[in-house]
Write a protein that binds this ligand. Structure first.
Ligand code: NAP
Length: 292
């Protein structure tokens, strides 16, 4: 079984981005900047945000973080987003999810300027993706496409099954696979006998958010398995004991000798998501310079 190593692929992408950032600085005499808005004290969210800041620094981009208390009102958060929309030094930004229950995620996403939408989750950008005029794609599914591309796993003509239909992962993933000429089925929590579908698939992307939901008997021999799920704290990403507690939606240990390729968790899709966030940021920065 080929282990699809997201650390290696993301590193290659980050090296490419870093070179492009150098060119950007030489051309425009300024540094591209990513903004991050975080609400509340969710420890995992703070780790993700910290990792994004480090990733920015490593490729030579600026990052700016606005941290708000858990009880910020929806209206106040929208006001802050509008402020960030206007901030000259910020080319793209994101609001770290999940948000506290009293805040409507759709309202927050709607408030982001689509031209600064680092995560590619504003309805405008999702719409552009849908009509095959992609500006930026949601980072996680785009990262999956990039991994498949890197390992020269062709999608065209393949039976692909996406497990999960969220706005962030499942739906855009299915669209990107369709765009790449895959024949795509989406299954979800209301689908009966899911393994009847996944066992027919050449490529399965599992994004159900259910720890160890699937194992070898859910997959066809020789298929390619992409595990998007992340479970476990991973709060101290430098700590090996913490890292070993992180797992995915797939029972990875069962796959050896059964499927042809699979992403591990950690070290598969996760690192790609951050690299694609940097890629989106740079793309939006370049677009902004062209219209300024
Ligand atoms: P989500 O919004 O909770 O959506 C989960 C989807 O899976 C829903 O469509 C749900 O169906 C479906 N589902 C739930 N249980 C299922 C089951 N037993 N069988 C089949 N389908 C089932 O989650 P998400 O935001 O898409 O994230 C999914 C996972 O990916 C999570 O573990 C998340 O932490 C991880 N994630 C990882 C990254 C990364 O960078 N690697 C990025 C984003 C998310 P219904 O629609 O019917 O409810």
């Amino acid at each position: 079984m080929l282990v699809l190593d997201g650390k290696i692929v993301s590193q290659l992408l980050k090296t490419e981005i870093s070179q492009k950032v150098t060119e950007f600085k030489a051309k425009y005499h300024r540094t591209p900047g990513l903004g991050v808005i975080i609400v509340g004290n969710n420890p995992a969210s703070h780790v993700y945000v910290r990792n994004k800041e480090i990733a920015c620094k490593n490729v030579g981009m600026n990052s700016i973080k606005w941290d708000f208390p858990e009880d910020i009102s929806e209206d106040d958060l929208v006001k802050q987003i509008k402020k960030m929309n206007e901030l000259k030094d910020v080319d793209a930004f994101l609001v770290q999810m999940p948000l506290p229950q009293h805040i409507n995620t759709d309202k927050i996403l709607d408030a982001i300027d689509p031209l600064k939408d680092a995560d590619g989750l504003h309805p405008y950008n999702l719409g552009m993706l849908w009509v095959n005029r992609q500006i930026v794609a949601p980072c996680t599914p785009w990262g999956v496409i990039r991994i498949l591309k890197h390992y020269e796993i062709s999608i065209a003509g393949k039976n692909c099954v996406v497990v999960g239909r969220s706005q962030i992962v499942g739906k855009p993933m299915a669209h990107l696979l369709t765009q790449a000429d895959g024949t795509v089925t989406i299954v979800h929590s209301r689908t009966k006998n899911i393994s009847d579908f996944t066992r027919q698939a050449d490529i399965v992307v599992v994004a159900a958010g259910k720890k160890h939901l699937m194992g070898k008997n859910d997959f066809k021999v020789g298929s390619v398995i992409i595990d998007v799920g992340i479970h476990g704290s991973g709060l101290s990403s430098s700590d090996q004991r913490e890292k070993s507690k992180i797992s995915g939606d797939v029972r990875f240990d069962e796959l050896q000798g059964w499927v042809s390729a699979a992403t591990p968790v950690p070290g598969g899709v996760g690192p790609m998501t951050i690299a694609c966030l940097l890629e989106n940021t740079l793309k939006l920065a370049e677009n902004r310079m062209k219209i300024c």
